[in-house]
Design a protein around this ligand. Structure first.
Ligand code: ZN
Length: 269
């Protein structure tokens, strides 16, 4: 068994039609994030079939991605209606018990285009956070150049059942500080590690073992020379993380610890 703490299975299927067969043959459970109704429905159907076939689980996450407000098609005056409709859809899913987590939500201040939508990102994040708190659901965060905003919300974030940092981009010190402040945080690392990002390597080596997750963010985080990321990359990730964590006896032990973290974070049996 292996686990992928963050992916977009419906988007991956468009690039790799056999992605679900591959996932099953790898015995890979995953948390699948959607930001539109079509993708959510696709994930939910796949999850149902997986359950019937006793295949590894697909855990449903839904949120309005923090990059959505910067989408050219969603910048006009009609965008409000789209956002209101998607938020309503998310609230229905949560009230019907069809979500394992709210996400990915958060803040993307990576470039001027995204920064221009900061006020709307703030507004959307507040709705997601409130829903996660009221429904007692974990929250999955997408944070780029915005760790200060995580700290600004720390009092509320402390009350969440779990907080998953997808593609954790903070420092080791920031991660440790969040845990010290009582946030039930999990830090998920993806292909940035394989690209040698120094701060990610330091954080992955230093954060507590029982807080680590691995992810592909498939299909959106391809390795150099590849068209997309997929479940296959998890093997490479485990191989890269293993020497960073001599506190896990071997790669197999590390994998089982990361799997246990995944099930704890997403509160699944
Ligand atoms: Zn993602």
């Amino acid at each position: 068994m292996a686990t992928d703490a963050h992916c977009h299975l419906a988007s991956l299927l468009k690039q790799l039609p056999q992605a679900e067969q591959e996932r099953r043959s790898q015995a890979l459970a995953c948390a699948a994030s959607a930001w539109n109704k079509e993708d959510f429905t696709c994930h939910e159907e796949l999850a149902l079939h997986a359950q019937q076939d006793k295949a590894p689980g697909i855990f449903q996450c839904f949120a309005l991605h923090p990059q959505l407000p910067a989408e050219p098609a969603l910048r006009g005056s009609g965008s409000r209606t789209v956002f209101v409709s998607l938020l309503g859809f998310m609230e229905t899913l949560a009230s019907e018990g069809r979500l394992h987590a709210i996400g990915e939500t958060g803040f993307d201040l990576y470039n001027p285009g995204f920064r221009a939508t900061e006020a709307l990102q703030d507004e959307l994040f507040a709705v997601h956070l409130d829903l996660a708190l009221s429904r007692r659901l974990p929250l999955v965060l997408h944070i780029r150049k915005a760790m200060h905003k995580v700290f600004a919300h720390k009092q509320a974030l402390k009350r969440l059942p779990a907080l998953v940092f997808h593609g954790y981009s903070g420092t080791l010190g920031e991660g440790e500080a969040l845990l010290r402040q009582g946030i039930n945080g999990y830090f998920s690392f993806g292909t940035a590690l394989l690209r040698g990002r120094k701060e990610s390597i330091r954080a992955c080596a230093g954060l507590p073992l029982d807080r680590l997750l691995l992810e592909t963010d498939a299909p959106y985080q391809p390795l150099k020379g590849r068209p997309f990321s997929s479940g296959q990359d998890l093997r490479l990730l485990l191989k890269a993380v293993s020497p960073l964590r001599p506190d896990a006896a071997d790669a197999a032990t590390l994998e089982s610890i990361i799997d246990a973290n995944f099930y704890r974070a997403y509160r699944a049996p």
